[in-house]
Write a protein that binds this ligand. Structure first.
Ligand SMILES: Cc1cc2nc3c(=O)[nH]c(=O)nc-3n(C[C@H](O)[C@H](O)[C@H](O)COP(=O)(O)OP(=O)(O)OC[C@H]3O[C@@H](n4cnc5c(N)ncnc54)[C@H](O)[C@@H]3O)c2cc1C
Length: 545
């Protein structure tokens, strides 16, 4: 395994998703020397890699001069729990106007038939529609070009897995997932944009762990680096749900023009009786778990019914499905001759989704550590948040970089030496468990001990199992090539994430949302707060805020 390469930057963006590229573009145009280290390829990587079709946007000419009513409206939908910080919500929404216009000027179609088209994620009586439909299919190509045109250096196939604060600036260690080369980065400020977390819990089809709502390469790398270097994470214990076509796990429920029906042909929710292209059926946002509840009580299956929609509305839906990256599903429907105008589709709740919470962020996108910035699914959710706070954070990361010098690295060379010998050892082993076996064991533990049913005894047992799994994984993991080695590093991060989830879940002694404690079955209004977790001298410390 080669090493020795040192790359310096004013701003290092770890992750070239929507947030990372927006941070890079903004920092680049402000004159910073920017490097993007991306695990995949920025042209198609991350949750936005195949496209998206909804963008939360505040337009004063549509919504009026005050953003507050829109925040109130958004609180009623799936974003509700994340909008507790009103100031952050205000800063985000007020900047969306600028970002929508910027994206349009770069060539991402933000209008439909010449107008902003508000549709989906909306209650029928809403006066503050918040999501415009946009054609995001090529968004990653456009953002990559914009970043390159501002002088950004993009390093694809580089997974960053270690972050160190060193002499007032940061060192990071990356690994080329094809050649196995180790790379040291030295940066005045660092932006984290490694997205959400998959592969921590069993999905709907445990044998196919890549069958997840988001790409399987999103593995808590940013959260664990942030935690280890001392930044605060919060609500790590939260569990989420998602729903969509059964066994065809995919985000994007609001792109469907249909109504959710029970087997007797009755709408499950009170919001729609027939498909209406302006509104998605909001019952899914009110309760994504309903499909599992119906199945478990024997009342299911539950269907998404688009029957009876006009040809025009059908074409409208398929148009947006293509922007949303639904190609595999569309091909499958075509291949099996399934006509959505005549046949309803069975839907399911997609197992558990634990994202190991969020990295704490202020309104400038700064984490609790100076010079370390974050945006996107690592802290909030959705394309609008990712792009807006990526932009804001890129600006502030550049300002910070102007105040700092890159000094000689004291810790980094020592850590690189240790890492190199650990990775060499994994590569040299001839027998042992590969990343998949360890990942399956991890998902089993998380689902059985920190899943839908949680209690002190279960979580404590889960923690013990995780600690054993980590020790075993470190001493037996094998990797037959650099690609497998990157998967092994991901799994080690996921084990760390699982441990933090258990510790935070033990601390939250109540039931809230999907965090269900059998020993604390009620929701405690006194705990309607953020649970912060941070690393103090190598130990996890929690705090209510
Ligand atoms: C099918 C689908 C449809 C969706 N539809 C919508 C929608 O219509 N509207 C909406 O608002 N949201 C939608 N979303 C969510 C939206 O795509 C995400 O919120 C958004 O992409 C988050 O951007 P991000 O930059 O934070 O993360 P991502 O876009 O996921 O980017 C993270 C990047 O980090 C890289 N990375 C990870 N780890 C490392 C590492 N260790 N080193 C280097 N690089 C790393 C990844 O490869 C990836 O490129 C959808 C998601 C999916 C999957």
């Amino acid at each position: 395994m080669g090493s020795g390469e040192v790359i310096e930057a004013d701003v290092l963006c770890i992750g070239g998703g929507i947030a990372g590229l927006m941070a890079a573009i903004r920092a680049g145009e402000l004159g910073a020397k920017v490097v993007v280290a991306e695990k995949g390829n920025t042209l198609s990587s991350g949750a936005g890699g195949l496209g998206n079709d909804h963008f939360v946007c505040y337009l004063p000419e549509v919504h009026g001069p005050d953003v507050k009513p829109m925040i109130e409206e958004l609180r009623k939908g799936q974003m509700g729990p994340r909008l507790k910080d009103s100031e952050r919500a205000r800063v985000w929404l007020e900047h969306t106007t600028e970002i929508v216009r910027l994206w349009e000027s770069w060539g991402i179609p933000m209008k439909y038939n010449g107008k902003y088209e508000f549709a989906g994620h909306i209650y029928p009586d809403s006066k503050f529609p918040s999501h415009i439909k946009y054609a995001g299919r090529d968004q990653k190509k456009v953002l990559t070009e914009e970043a390159l045109s501002r002088g950004t250096s993009i390093m694809n196939r580089v997974m960053v897995f270690e972050l160190l604060k060193d002499q007032g600036c940061y060192s990071a260690i990356g690994f080329h997932t094809r050649t196995g080369r180790l790379i040291e980065f030295r940066a005045k400020s660092v932006f984290l944009g490694t997205g959400t977390v998959t592969r921590l819990y069993q999905g709907l089809t445990p044998a196919w762990m890549w069958n997840a709502t988001r790409p399987g390469t999103l593995t808590a790398d940013g959260r664990i680096m942030a935690y280890k270097v001392g930044a605060e994470l919060y609500n790590v214990e939260a569990l989420e749900h998602h729903a969509g076509p059964k066994y065809f796990t995919r985000s994007g429920q609001a792109t469907w023009v249909g109504v959710v029906w029970d087997p007797e042909g009755n709408p499950v929710g009170p919001f729609l009786e027939k498909p209406e292209k302006k509104y998605s059926d909001m019952i899914i946002e009110v309760n994504k778990g309903l499909f599992a509840e119906y199945a478990q009580s024997g009342k299911g299956p539950v269907y998404m019914d688009c029957e009876g929609i006009s040809d025009e509305d059908y074409d409208y839906m398929i148009h947006w499905m293509k922007q949303e990256g639904f190609d595999a599903l569309i091909d499958h429907l075509k291949d099996k001759d399934i006509d959505l105008k005549k046949r309803s589709i069975e839907w399911a709740t997609y197992g558990m989704r634990g994202s190991c919470g969020s990295i704490w962020q202020d309104v400038n996108g700064q984490t609790s550590m100076k010079g370390l910035y974050v945006a996107g699914d690592e802290t909030t959710r959705g394309i609008s948040n990712a792009s807006t706070f990526g932009w804001i954070a890129g600006e502030h990361a550049t300002q910070w970089a102007r105040e700092v010098d890159i000094g000689p690295s004291e810790q980094a060379s020592e850590v690189i030496k240790e890492t190199k010998s650990f990775l060499d050892e994994i590569m040299k082993r001839e027998t042992g468990a590969d990343w998949k076996e360890v990942n399956i064991a991890l998902q089993q533990i998380m689902s059985d001990y920190a899943g839908n049913i949680r209690s002190k005894s279960l979580l404590e047992a889960g923690l013990t199992h995780l600690q054993r799994l980590r020790a075993e994984a470190r001493s037996t993991l094998i990797a037959r090539n650099p690609h497998e080695l990157s998967r092994a590093l991901e799994v080690l991060n996921l084990i760390d994430a699982g441990e933090l989830v258990c510790i935070a879940a033990l601390e939250r002694k109540e039931t809230r949302g999907q965090h269900k404690r059998t020993d604390y079955t009620y929701t405690n209004p006194m705990l309607d707060k953020w649970l912060i977790i941070k690393n103090v001298d190598g130990l996890p410390v929690t705090e209510w805020r």
